[in-house]
Design a protein around this ligand. Structure first.
Ligand code: ADQ
Length: 461
């Protein structure tokens, strides 16, 4: 069964030396083996003007094709930075204060989705399975469906689907739902998002739905809506974290920061990740617990992200300021309370940070899943304690984490103390249970399960 993957980003990129390499990242790693094995095409946006529209890969012995949809700067601004990142992203994370609603965003998004659909239609061969990814491509499914009524098509949505009453705030909400209902199968990380989607279709479009099966009847077809929690490449993270190099680097990290207890946070710098509230909670922890001054440090890594969007620039300024304020107020002669790094690291380096942590502080204000949690758990030693926001998809699957409400600053400050003081035996029991769940989630299993369900949809079940 040939596969057409449709995603915003291509799975290969060009190095500075001009060589083509496959990207690092869960989605690429999960889908490329399947694509290479079964043949097919990966359709993605063309981010730079000089990239080929069609590229067979690898050049010497191709086993799949990359098809690019070239975008002008104006289209990229409207479709990607605008509609995807400044409208659908904040809305799906319940952050309506960050909504930037503009007609031109919607218009560019619609046009770019049409071009994606045209590219898919041109590449499509009878019997192919089409798998769309994420919130960049909500109109494309219905457009492909018009051209290929018999195509088997699925969509995985990587962020939360918000409650119906929040989703309906969006002008154009019904158009987005109609676009998505071109699919045969729609996957979310957890049941709660799937239920929200079904309710949106029922209330906003008047569609007939079947619960608890999660079936929407639409234009004479069935659209199945299911939970398919994503995982990480467990084997790779296990191997990396057990390697001598990572173990050595872990020691170096511990020595560099010198604290008795190290609390670690690692996130893309995005307002959904709760970095600012986390820093304030750590500040409150230091205010309330003078006995821990000089003994506990927070190591916060923030990856630069969407730096073109104003609200992200503002967040960076606020985080810089908060780190300066905390260190200015609390630092002692040989103790820095917050070590802050604003940069990207290799996965091996991240593993050494995960292993160096006594406590992982993962407190998004909302997150579809949160893969950093799964990476932390996989790499962690038996000492590692995971503090996890209950407003993440991961929280539904990982009850043994110390769960917190990320909006509750005092609760978070208290959880830091609880985590630091947790007895060894409890730490070990919790992390063992967490490791076992994360091992089962595995991204390869996720891809296989979704594709199996798509194959079943072809048979009509
Ligand atoms: P993201 O919002 O990007 O993903 P997350 O799932 O945590 O969030 O993944 C972040 C990835 O970036 C991790 O693999 C992590 O290793 C990496 N990373 C973080 N900091 C880094 C750094 N400094 N340098 C290099 N890499 C870094 C979206 C949704 C999530 C969902 C995923 C997958 O928002 O909810 O879990 O997709 O579906």
């Amino acid at each position: 069964m040939r596969l057409t993957v449709v995603a915003n980003r291509a799975p290969i990129s060009r190095t500075e030396e001009g060589d083509w390499v496959t990207s690092v990242g869960g989605l690429t790693t999960a889908l490329l083996p399947v694509l290479s094995d079964q043949g097919g095409t990966w359709v993605a946006m063309g981010e730079e003007p000089d990239l080929p529209e069609q590229q067979d890969y690898p050049a010497e012995d191709p086993n799949f094709r990359v098809r690019r949809v070239p975008l002008s700067q104006e289209e990229l601004d409207g479709y990607y930075y605008g509609m995807a990142n400044s409208v659908l992203w904040p809305l799906s994370h319940y952050m309506v204060q960050h909504l930037d609603l503009r007609d031109e965003f919607f218009e560019h998004y619609r046009q770019v989705n049409e071009r994606f659909a045209e590219a898919v239609n041109e590449e499509y061969q009878e019997g192919d399975v089409i798998w769309m990814q994420d919130y960049h491509l909500t109109f494309a499914p219905a457009l492909v469906r018009e051209a290929h009524p018999d195509a088997v098509m699925g969509h995985f949505w990587h962020i939360p689907w918000p409650a119906m009453e929040v989703f309906r705030i969006l002008p154009g909400a019904r158009k987005i739902l109609r676009g998505m209902l071109g699919n045969d199968l729609i996957g979310f990380h957890v049941e709660e998002y799937a239920k929200n989607f079904v309710e949106s279709a029922e209330v906003l479009l008047g569609a007939e739905v079947e619960r608890p099966e999660g079936i929407i009847h639409w234009k004479g077809r069935e659209v199945h809506v299911e939970a398919h929690p994503i995982g990480i490449e467990v084997g790779r993270f296990e191997r990396m974290s057990e390697s001598d190099k990572v173990k050595r680097e872990t020691e170096e990290v511990r020595e560099e920061f010198g604290a008795e207890s190290l609390v670690v946070g690692i996130d893309r710098l995005d307002y959904t990740k709760g970095v600012l509230s986390r820093l304030k909670a750590f500040e409150e922890f230091l205010e309330e617990n003078p006995d821990y001054h000089g003994k506990v440090s927070l190591f916060q890594v923030a990856t630069p992200s969407r730096t073109e969007v104003e609200s992200y620039q503002q967040l960076k300024r606020e985080v810089d300021e908060a780190v300066g304020r905390i260190n200015g107020q609390f630092a002692g002669d040989y103790w820095v309370p917050v070590h802050y790094r604003y940069r990207t690291y290799t996965q091996e380096e991240l593993c050494s940070f995960y292993r160096a942590a006594d406590v992982a502080l993962i407190t998004p204000l909302r997150d579809g899943m949160n893969l950093v949690t799964q990476e932390f758990i996989t790499a962690a030693t038996e000492q590692g304690v995971i503090i996890l926001s209950e407003l993440t998809g991961a929280a539904y699957l990982l009850p043994e984490a110390l769960q917190v409400n990320p909006y509750d600053q005092s609760g978070l400050a208290e959880a830091i103390r609880t985590a630091i003081e947790m007895p060894d035996e409890e730490r070990r029991d919790r992390i063992r249970a967490l490791k076992s769940t994360v091992a089962d989630l595995n991204v390869h299993r996720w891809a296989d399960d979704f594709l199996d369900r798509l194959a079943a949809r072809r048979e009509g079940s």
